[in-house]
Write a protein that binds this ligand. Structure first.
Ligand SMILES: N[C@@H](CCC(=O)N[C@@H](CS)C(=O)NCC(=O)O)C(=O)O
Length: 259
C-alpha cells in the first residue's frame, strides 16, 4: 500500500511548506504509512478536485467571490480507490484503514480523544491568526503559477491593492506581534507544563497526538517561510521557555520529505 499524497510545491529544497499539508506529512511519517508525494500548483487544485469528485473543504464568507475553496492536502488510496481532502478527514480515514496493527505506529487519537482533539484543532485555528499577515512573504517561495494565483486571490481577500500593503508595519506591526506572542502563550498552556513532565514536549506526554501535529505544522510553516536564521523565527523559538523550538525538534524525526 502506497498512499498518494497531494501537496503544493515551493522553491524550497524539500518543496513542502504549507501548514495544512504539513499536518498530513507529519501524520504519514509518524504513522509510518508509505506514501508518494505528487505536487499540484495552486491554480490546478480546483480542476484536480473536480476530476476526482473531491468536494471543497472551505467556504470563505468574507471573500469577494464567496466561492467554496478546493484545497490540499488531499490523498488517494489505490487500495480502496478513494480520493479525500481535508487534513483531519484524511487522518480519520487513515486511522481506520491503517491502524497500529497494520503500520506498527500508534494512533494519534488515543483513548477516544478524537472529539476533544477536533476541539483543540479548532481552537488552535481560531487562536493563531495574527501571524498570518507576517507570513505574506510566503508568496516569494512559490513557483510562478502559484505565486500569481496567490497574489490575485489574497489581494482580493485582504482587500488591498498590492499584497505587500497588507504586511503590518510600524506601530501596527508591534501591536500585532505582541498579540501573536500572547496567542502562542495561550496555546502553550494547553500542553503539559515543564513541572508536570520535564522530559516531554507533547500535549499528552511522550508521544505526539493530532494536537501536536497541528501546532508543529504551524511552527514548521513559520520556520520555513521566515527562515531558520530569521529574527522572527528566533524570537518565536525563545518564547514560552523554548517550547516551540522544542516541539519542532521533537517532531523532527517525522519531518522528512520524499523530495
Ligand atoms: N481545512 C483544510 C484547509 C486546507 C487549506 O486551506 N489548504 C490551502 C493550502 S494551505 C489550499 O489548498 N488553498 C487553496 C486556495 O486557496 O485556493 C485542511 O485542514 O486540509
Amino acid at each position: 500500500m502506497t498512499i498518494i499524497f497531494y501537496d503544493i510545491p515551493s522553491k524550497l529544497p524539500g518543496c513542502a511548506w504549507s501548514h495544512n499539508t504539513w499536518k498530513t506529512r507529519f501524520y504519514l511519517n509518524y504513522r509510518r504509512i508509505p506514501y508518494k508525494t505528487e505536487w499540484i500548483e495552486y491554480p490546478d487544485i480546483k480542476a484536480f478536485s473536480l476530476l476526482h469528485s473531491i468536494p471543497p473543504t472551505t467556504i470563505l464568507p468574507s471573500s469577494s467571490d464567496q466561492e467554496p475553496v478546493y484545497t490540499l492536502p488531499a490523498i488517494h488510496d489505490p487500495l480502496t480507490g478513494i480520493y479525500l481532502a481535508d487534513s483531519l478527514a484524511i487522518a480519520e480515514y487513515l486511522e481506520e484503514k491503517y491502524p497500529e496493527s497494520v503500520t506498527g505506529a500508534p494512533t494519534v487519537f488515543p483513548n477516544n480523544t478524537l472529539g476533544l482533539q477536533k476541539a483543540f484543532n479548532n481552537a488552535v485555528d481560531k487562536t493563531l491568526v495574527t501571524h498570518r499577515l507576517f507570513l505574506i512573504s510566503v508568496v516569494n517561495i512559490l513557483n510562478p503559477s502559484s505565486e500569481e494565483y496567490w497574489r490575485r486571490t489574497r489581494t482580493a481577500r485582504l482587500k488591498v491593492e498590492k499584497l505587500e500593503d497588507a504586511i503590518p508595519k510600524g506601530e501596527d506591526a508591534e501591536v500585532r506581534w505582541a498579540t501573536f506572542e500572547s496567542e502562542l502563550e495561550r496555546v502553550a498552556k494547553w500542553f503539559l507544563s515543564e513541572s508536570q513532565e520535564t522530559a516531554f514536549k507533547f500535549v499528552m506526554g511522550n508521544q505526539p497526538i493530532w494536537a501536536d501535529i497541528v501546532v508543529a505544522a504551524e511552527l514548521i510553516w513559520m520556520k520555513l517561510v521566515w527562515g531558520a536564521e530569521s529574527d522572527q523565527w528566533n524570537e518565536v523559538a525563545r518564547w514560552d521557555d523554548g517550547k516551540w523550538s522544542g516541539l519542532l525538534e521533537a517532531m523532527e524525526p517525522y519531518a522528512s520529505t520524499d523530495k
